[in-house]
Design a binder for this molecule. Sequence first.
Ligand code: SIN
Length: 517
Amino acid sequence: MIADVLIIGTGISGLSFAIKLAECNSEISIVLISKDQVSEGNTKYAQGGIAVVSDFEKDSFQKHIQDTLTAGAGACNPEVVKFVVEEGKDRLKELITWGIQFDKQKRSLHLVKEGGHSEKRVVHYKDHTGLHVQEALINKIKSFQNIQILENHTLVDLITDHHSEKKYNRCYGAYVISKEEESILKISAKITALCTGGAGSLYAHSTNPSIATGDGLGAAYRAKVHMDKLPYVQFHPTALYPKVNENTFLITEAVRGAGAKLRNCSGEYFMKNYDPRKELAPRDIVARAIQKEILKQEENFVFLDCSDITIETWKKQFPNIYTTCASLDIHLPKDLIPVVPAAHYFCGGIEVNSASESRLKGLYAIGECSSTGLHGANRLASNSLLEALVFSHRAALDVINALKSELPDPTFYDALPEWKGDAYSNSVEIKEIRQLRIQLQEIMTHHVGIFKTKEGLMKANLEMFEIYKKVQKIYNQHKLTNGMCELRNMVSIAHLIIQQAQSITTNKGVFYNHDYA
Ligand code: SIN
């Protein structure tokens, strides 16, 4: 298969990037790959919303910039923060002109506050903004003839000079595996965009769906594309405890913005002991405080006391959380919600420029899999959908130009080789893959989570190497499967996180090593 542009991932980044390109030029052929159904992915689970300055009487770009820089703990790129915050307003307008609605109060947008924000500025649709935006974008995508969607296909590897006799020092597309037939398809493309999200599944508790296995990051690693800040994994302070149907369920930070307070199992409101902003301190501070209380009290969770939020607000603003809690016999607002921190967001990733292009020509990374410089050492709440919108717009403008420039001729793309590593017919047992995946998650959770130590990282390094050897052996001797692809990516990214974490000697933002405290 040959395309002008191959987009891997169908969250807000992939979908809005595809729409922009298709709107600009109906002649461009676009292939959009979705690992599951087109609707599955991290965006769908984003409850909070999009941080955008819209009430200029109370708020300003400067305040949003400052909040982002403060949350990022001095590690953001200030130029990037400035343009993202300033361009957010136009991107939001665009979503609204595409017919996407957000909650309103009288005739203005209803704005909420989340941790680290000095003003109410998060626009939202009830407590399922991501799902709402994603559904609308999927509907819009269907109106374009030049976008072909391939569902249930997982990225295996990027096609680069390594696969080609002629060397242009570019990315030429990707090999993907179909989940159903487990056959491997070559998709050659002039431009490839990774919109593959993070790798929350490296941890036992994650707000991400199980398909968030860092496939784009793993493929970029094997293609030797530069990545940075990988150990800056953000833990969301409040995921419901225990899991619901084996999935970790998020309790949006907007609930704390609406007045919910944290209490430990002895009933104490503990956030005052950690930060003057209490429940609305940036996420890293709140997550660490909760984890400390959990360890101190030898419990598995703390509580969110939501008794100050009226039942009307629950039903209107947080209907999804309200009904999920009710189904577990937690009746809001009177009952306490048990919560734990859970792996939520990768602040680092594939290093990109201001148009979202990586250091490998022709390879773009947009959204969570990228490292743009916006988040620094800790992402400000609801800045992720904003980043995805701003960078997919910038990337689309850049790609339109890039397609007009001199590129390898079509015969070169035709001649790229098919996938070569498929000589084996025996598949590895699913049970074995699952066991290795659980072991990997245990190592990451125990040694590479919210709190780290030098000794823990050393142990993690040795244990992860054992898993890596087993995974390599299976990979070298068996037919490739979807589960194997995921595990291969997970082990690569886990290894990279541990290695990079061992070289960080200063605690900043979400990165915390007891030995450097
Ligand atoms: C939340 O709603 O708390 C999550 C939103 C985000 O991660 O920005």
